[in-house]
Design a protein around this ligand. Structure first.
Ligand code: ADP
Length: 478
């Protein structure tokens, strides 16, 4: 059996900050059946999962990073605990923290450059010793974007040179770019190669990954086309080698996200969808003024420009001013300004709006289960998983047509089962939510649309096959 190692700074259930963790934790589950034995490696964080599991120290090493010796250890989880082999890298002082990317004030850690470079170099130092070998390395996002270059061009890791490298762009809005005085974040390499990892005068992880990986994908087909417009390095390289780039839609773990068995729900689906919604809604928002027969529209996500969180509050205010029969629930955190707006909204409309500012995995499951509609006013969306979870839990998605949302949500008036809108404006969002309320009033049509949503197939079946096909093309002789 061929072997793939997923290299990522997140993986559910150990360490999750967003959708990348869901993907890295679920794609491997569908690979073994196709002849690929999957493994995952992440940093070791100071998070509850690590306290609760026994990990065995299997390797210790060190490397020089900007003149400083960095020691690290690789740990392995006992086989059989997870459906794939799991390794993690302990780098004291850099990853033994209780948050993945953000400090207590919600800002990115200031030593992100050392953290990402150290993780990548620790993984390659370990791999180049050859105790365990892999046929393909699958690198996830910019945090590990220099790995393809180091595997293919850095002499120190020449033992790995024939290994195929796959690179997935989970969110092209983020990158690791360093001025050239940080060159020693990477090990020594031939100076003539500098131009190959440079974009616009800086070392650029995403540009380097796109140049040196054997294949590059985004997490939905539409996002690939959109990103070519906004990311010049991608446009340039995909024009040169179009066959090297693809868009593969993410899937979801349909065992974790199963309304019939989900232990994080107050009430599982045992009877009708109406009853499932009614019970879970009462459990979520029992402190709101009026529940019976009133639709619940929710939002779950990061309060970031990307997610359109700033559009949400003014649009909800307009809806509340016009309609008497709707409740809202907002779960999220991020931009302090949006957090304040949301709390202000809740204070002003405490009988109609519930919210939780923070990250809460269990609560997210409950919100998907309880809501009638989930709103996603994203300005851009590489794939988006929320709409897939929502539909599986009988929640109709109100989505702006961008990226992966365009690939997964079709308006109910165009034979789909969602509510689609075009522009990232308060007006368009308000109009879309008003359409949702009209649909809800037409009980027959609403229930038909909801049932259709629950029947959408967002499993990994199709997409995991697309990954495997490319893995196989990249490793023909094995
Ligand atoms: P992102 O761009 O944030 O990765 P995705 O839609 O790909 O967006 O994935 C978001 C994931 O994070 C989903 O699993 C969603 O349920 C979860 N999530 C986002 N915000 C929160 C929160 N505040 N609490 C719990 N889960 C959250």
């Amino acid at each position: 059996m061929k072997r793939v190692l997923h290299i990522s700074t997140e993986c559910y259930p150990m360490a999750k900050a967003g959708g990348m963790a869901d993907v890295v934790g679920s794609l491997p589950l569908y690979q073994e059946a196709h002849g690929w034995k999957p493994s995952v490696i992440t940093p070791r964080y100071q998070l509850p999962w690590y306290e609760e599991h026994n990990l065995r120290d299997i390797f210790e090493g060190n490397f020089l990073l900007e003149g400083k010796k960095i020691g690290f250890a690789v740990y392995q989880l006992k086989e059989g605990v997870l459906p794939y082999s799991y390794f993690c890298v302990d780098i004291p002082g850099l990853f033994d923290r209780s948050n993945i990317y953000l400090d207590e004030d919600g800002f990115g850690y200031r030593d992100e450059a050392q953290r990402n470079a150290s993780f990548q170099r620790a993984v390659l130092t370990w791999l180049s010793k050859g105790a365990i070998s892999f046929d393909l390395l699958h690198c996830h996002d910019h945090q590990v974007g220099f790995i393809p270059f180091m595997v293919k061009k850095v002499d120190r890791y020449q033992h790995l040179r024939s290994t195929s490298v796959f690179y997935t762009i989970h969110n092209g809005a983020y990158n690791s770019r360093y001025t050239w005085d940080r060159r020693d974040l990477l090990p020594p390499f031939d100076a003539t190669l500098s131009q190959c990892i440079d974009w616009d005068g800086q070392m650029d992880a995403v540009a380097a990954a796109m140049r040196f990986a054997d294949h590059v994908n985004t997490v939905s087909p539409t996002y690939l086309e959109e990103l070519k417009e906004s990311l010049p390095s991608l446009r340039f390289m995909s024009e040169q080698q179009p066959e090297k780039f693809s868009g593969i839609l993410n899937g979801i773990d349909t065992d974790v996200w199963n309304p019939r068995t989900d232990a994080l729900l107050s009430y599982q689906l045992t009877n009708t969808w109406d009853r499932f919604k009614k019970l879970n809604k009462a459990a979520l928002i029992n402190d709101l003024y009026h529940l019976e027969g009133i639709p619940l529209i929710s939002f779950i996500g990061r309060f970031a420009h990307q997610k359109g969180g700033d559009l949400l509050v003014p649009a909800i205010e307009r809806i509340l001013g016009r309609f008497g029969f709707v409740n809202f629930y907002i779960l999220g955190s991020g931009d302090p300004y949006i957090e304040q707006l949301v709390q202000g909204l809740r204070d002003r409309f405490s009988e109609r709006v519930g919210c939780y500012i923070g990250y809460n995995e269990a609560l997210a499951h409950q919100v998907y289960g309880a809501s009638d509609f989930l709103v996603m006013p994203s300005r851009f969306e590489p794939c988006g998983l929320n709409q897939m979870f929502a539909m599986r839990y009988g929640t109709i998605t109100i989505a702006r047509m961008t990226g992966g949302l365009k690939d997964t949500v079709v308006d109910y008036e165009s034979e789909g089962c969602g509510i689609a809108f075009a522009y990232d404006s308060v007006e368009d969002l308000t109009h879309a939510m008003a359409r949702a309320l009209h649909l809800y009033k037409d009980k027959k049509k609403y229930k038909k649309t909801r049932l259709k949503a629950t029947k959408q197939d967002f499993s990994w079946t199709q997409s995991s096959q697309e990954y495997i096909d490319i893995y196989n093309q990249l490793t023909p002789d094995l």
